[in-house]
Design a protein around this ligand. Structure first.
Ligand code: ADP
Ligand code: MG
Length: 779
């Protein structure tokens, strides 16, 4: 079979490559199909191990590679009863070469990831296939299980509930499916283990990241945190919250046009100072109070209930605004989180003590060969190159896209937009055509759901549920007459089959919906990035199905308000009715581009801050490793406690080593935790330094370096002091003491995108102005 057309295309954009170079190999694999088809299962498993010489940058598209592809394809056909298309094989080649692949929704990326994993394994490597949640990790592992088993490849999956021993065992498998957060949490927990047995040891060799743009770009800077119990109580925000409650916008505080930052005006500052009875809130001694007031104001003005978070059972639950669903186990940075709890009057959930943290980007760059896939890769190709040093390429669909994208409709107001959406839904529903509506927020989806229900329509509102439940609802979204309202990315990774979850191509239910034009997808407004819009559209017209996409938008949307230039806002206000559709769209394009640019800047800025910490962490971890693995690393401490040692060693050389090792580890960990807490504080307050005209990022780096000087010496001193104080028969008691000093329990969570992050820079300018005006007034 000849290749029907070019499977890939070069786009000429920075960071992109053409995948044409693999086309010959794929064609060869196709020719080998008949011969390979003759082999029995055992022979397939044996033969595949003779095929590939290397993967990663050294992967060559040659005869061995062609044979590998032919065998993997045959094995997939037999085990899963789906015969991979040539497009899928081409994508496999790209992944094995460490290239990120754009392949549209519904083109079978699950099979591609599994075949690529097999390719790495036969080259002698260990592979992680990373997904965005437990549900998908389990689904993909179980779905692809028979394929791996046929080829005699060990595999397993890990989720939140997987117990310690099972994790350890699973990480020994050649292929591990897991959500990226679980791998990160295991890394963090391993770092605090005091013996080899306590570690689960994920292997960082080759990785295939599913939904790669979401994980590698959108969530790259999300810190995964390991925390432990501590005696520190949560910060007190009740007073600060009360102070800001009655402040009035424009009079007492201003919000910047992007609505990312809020700052007290001079009048507001006077009022607060008066109520607190202080002269100058900007005095060094008052900075902690000022920080609290700023956070309380931020929580009140910029963070919205039912948009940014929900209050459930008296706890604050974050909504991941990119995914539009509750982000379990996520917190904002401590101060802001406590401020929001105070605003809602719920009990403060003391965050405990942060023991360590790692960003998703840090985690991913520790793999030797990194590659990923998504329906929207090319728009982030440049960033993937910048942050991960990988290139990207696109693989075309197997069947041509038959989806019709109708021209966007832009309205002046949200009300007008919602009316149009409701009208459109009713018209489509009358025939029975299934409709999927993507909204901006949980609140919006609930409002729209109620409005449609009031019209007597059967609606499924999908938000903030568990992943498996969401998947089931989304899977049914293609049924005759279904109306499904979803926030961005809920039920991601789930296939929408026309006619319903169990419909097969060609049966009556499928044909009926095909006859109605397939799934109609509607967006009720642009997302902050055009990639998210594309992901929503991609829900319709999968695998050559018919389908329609429609986009409704309003010029009073949050995206416009937050990102439009002054003159654009004026124009909308004064001359809105006279804007042509083209002009209205141009405004939307430009505000979305601004929002995308801001995200990129934020990524860069946060990464720069993290770099210093990452280097220091690496040094600490290397030291830690040596202490666990070798007796030699204990020598410096042993030398310093020579006298003490002489008293003990006769009876128990081994016991002495154990306590020296445990003490050294303990005080190293403690020093690191203290250091991190110090850096966090520094980071929170660093923008205030800009008041003195300093560059905050540079200041942070210098200060972080300065504080790290003498780090190892200090940790060692503490260990020596502890040991020297132990009496002759107190070794056992000493070990116990060390054990109780460690947190009695640990837990993990993610910190949501720091809303104060890069905004701090903008805030800095504002604060600077404020400060100057204050000084001038004082003079
Ligand atoms: P993606 O992750 O790219 O959106 P999935 O891996 O979830 O796609 O697969 C989407 C659907 O396509 C699944 O229902 C799967 O059974 C089907 N599929 C995948 N590959 C093939 C193939 N080679 N032939 C037929 N169906 C396929
Ligand atoms: Mg998928």
């Amino acid at each position: 079979m000849a290749l029907p057309r070019w499977l890939s295309r070069a786009t000429g954009r920075p960071g992109t490559v053409s995948l044409k170079r693999f086309a010959r190999t794929v064609k060869r694999a196709d020719h080998l199909g008949a011969e390979i088809g003759e082999l029995d299962d055992a022979a397939l498993a044996e033969r595949i191990r003779t095929t590939v010489t290397g993967t990663g940058k050294g992967f060559a598209a040659d005869d061995a590679a062609a044979e590998f592809l032919a065998i993997a394809r045959e094995a997939m056909d037999r085990a899963i009863e789906l015969r991979p298309y040539e497009e899928q094989l081409l994508a496999v080649c790209a992944l094995l070469s460490g290239i990120a692949v754009e392949l549209d929704t519904g083109e079978g990326k699950t099979l591609v990831a599994a075949m690529a994993a097999a390719g790495h394994v036969v080259a002698g490597r260990t592979v992680h296939v990373l997904s965005v949640n437990d549900y998908l990790a389990q689904r993909d592992s179980e779905w692809m299980g028979p394929f791996f088993e046929l080829l005699d490849i060990g595999h397993g999956w890990i989720g939140q509930e997987t117990p310690h021993d099972k994790r350890r065992e699973t990480y020994r498998c050649a292929v591990v499916h897991a959500p990226v957060s679980e791998i990160g949490f295991d890394v963090l927990r391993d770092r605090f283990a005091t013996s080899d047995d306590d570690r689960v040891l994920p292997v960082f060799d080759a990785v295939v990241v599913d939904e790669a743009d979401a994980v590698m770009i959108d969530e790259a800077m999300t810190p995964l945190v390991l925390a432990g119990t501590s005696d520190d109580s949560g910060q007190e925000f009740v007073a600060a919250t009360a102070l800001v409650t009655d402040l009035v916008e424009y009079d007492h505080f201003d919000v910047d046009p992007e609505r990312l930052n809020v700052a007290l005006t001079d009048a507001g500052l006077d009022l607060v100072e008066h109520e607190l009875g202080v002269d100058n809130l900007y005095a060094e001694a008052n900075l902690p109070t000022l920080t609290k007031i700023n956070l309380a104001l931020h929580a009140r003005v910029l963070v919205h209930r039912d948009v940014d978070y929900l209050v459930v059972d008296d706890t604050v639950k974050l909504i991941n605004t990119a995914r539009g669903r509750v982000a379990e186990k996520q917190r904002w940075p401590d101060g802001l989180h406590a401020a929001i709890e105070a605003k809602e009057g719920v009990a403060s959930s003391a965050p405990g003590r942060m023991l360590d943290s790692i960003t998703i980007q840090d985690l991913l760059v520790s793999y030797d060969t990194l590659a990923g896939m998504s329906g929207t890769i090319l728009p982030v190709a440049e960033e993937l190159l910048e942050f991960y040093e990988i290139t990207s390429g696109r693989v075309e669909r197997h069947r041509p896209n038959r989806r019709v994208d109708e021209p966007p409709q832009v309205f002046l107001t949200t009300e007008a937009k919602i009316d149009a959406v409701i009208e459109e839904v009713m018209a489509r529903h009358e025939d029975g055509q299934p409709v999927l509506i993507g909204t901006q927020s949980v609140a919006e989806s609930e409002d729209l759901g109620e409005a449609l229900e009031a019209e007597g329509l059967p609606v499924q509102v999908l938000n903030a549920r568990n992943d498996a439940g969401e998947a089931a609802v989304i899977a049914a979204a293609g049924e005759y007459g279904a109306i499904t309202i979803s926030t961005q990315m809920s039920g991601r990774g789930t296939d929408i089959k026309l006619g319903g979850a169990d419909a097969k191509p060609g049966d009556a239910a499928h044909k009926e919906v095909v006859g109605l034009g397939g799934l109609a997808v509607m967006s009720t407004g642009r997302y902050p990035s055009s990639r998210l819009d594309a992901q929503l559209r991609g829900r319709a017209g999968r695998q050559g199905d018919p389908g329609t996409s429609m986009a409704f938008d309003a010029l009073d949307s949050e995206l416009v308000r937050a990102n439009a230039a002054e003159h654009q806002l004026v124009r909308i206000e004064q001359d809105g009715q006279h804007l042509t559709p083209g002009q209205a769209l141009a405004i939307l394009d430009s505000v979305q581009a601004i929002s995308e640019g801001l995200r990129g800047d934020r990524h860069r800025a946060t990464w720069a801050y993290h770099r210093a910490i990452t280097q220091q962490r690496t040094a600490v971890l290397e030291r830690r490793e040596r202490i666990i693995d070798s007796d030699e690393a204990l020598e410096p401490v042993l030398e310093r406690v020579a006298d003490w040692r002489a008293e003990h060693e006769e009876d128990a050389e081994e016991a002495v080593r154990t306590i020296v090792r445990q003490a050294t580890l303990h005080f190293l960990d403690e020093a690191w935790t203290d250091h991190l807490a110090g850096l966090q504080e520094l980071r929170d307050g660093i923008h205030l330094r800009a008041l003195a005209g300093q560059n905050p990022e540079q200041e942070f780096h210098l200060e972080a370096l300065r504080r790290f000087e003498g780090f190892f010496g200090g940790a060692q001193d503490a260990a020596v002091e502890f040991l020297a104080a132990l009496g002759a028969d107190e070794i056992a008691a000493g070990l116990e003491d060390l054990a109780t000093r460690r947190p009695s329990s640990t837990w993990t969570y993610m910190i949501s995108d720091n809303p104060l992050g890069s905004a701090a820079d903008r805030g800095t300018r504002k604060l600077g102005r404020l400060w100057r005006s204050k000084v001038l007034r004082a003079e």
